[in-house]
Design a protein. Structure first.
Length: 51
């Protein structure tokens, strides 16, 4: 039987929905030579802003 571990949400991840702009979008970010860039085209669902 393996030992049980306790996970605390406040350590690194807290469940919930966050706005895209607050978590991923950083307009002043400067790319580095080691960065891998990918682009995806997504069609927004009706009623959802396309940002």
């Amino acid at each position: 039987m393996s030992p049980q571990t306790e996970t605390k949400a406040s350590v690194g991840f807290k469940a919930g929905v966050k706005e895209y702009k607050l978590t991923y979008y950083t307009p002043e970010y400067q790319t580095k030579d080691t960065d891998i860039l990918a682009a995806f085209r997504v069609t927004p669902q009706p009623g959802v802003p396309p940002e």
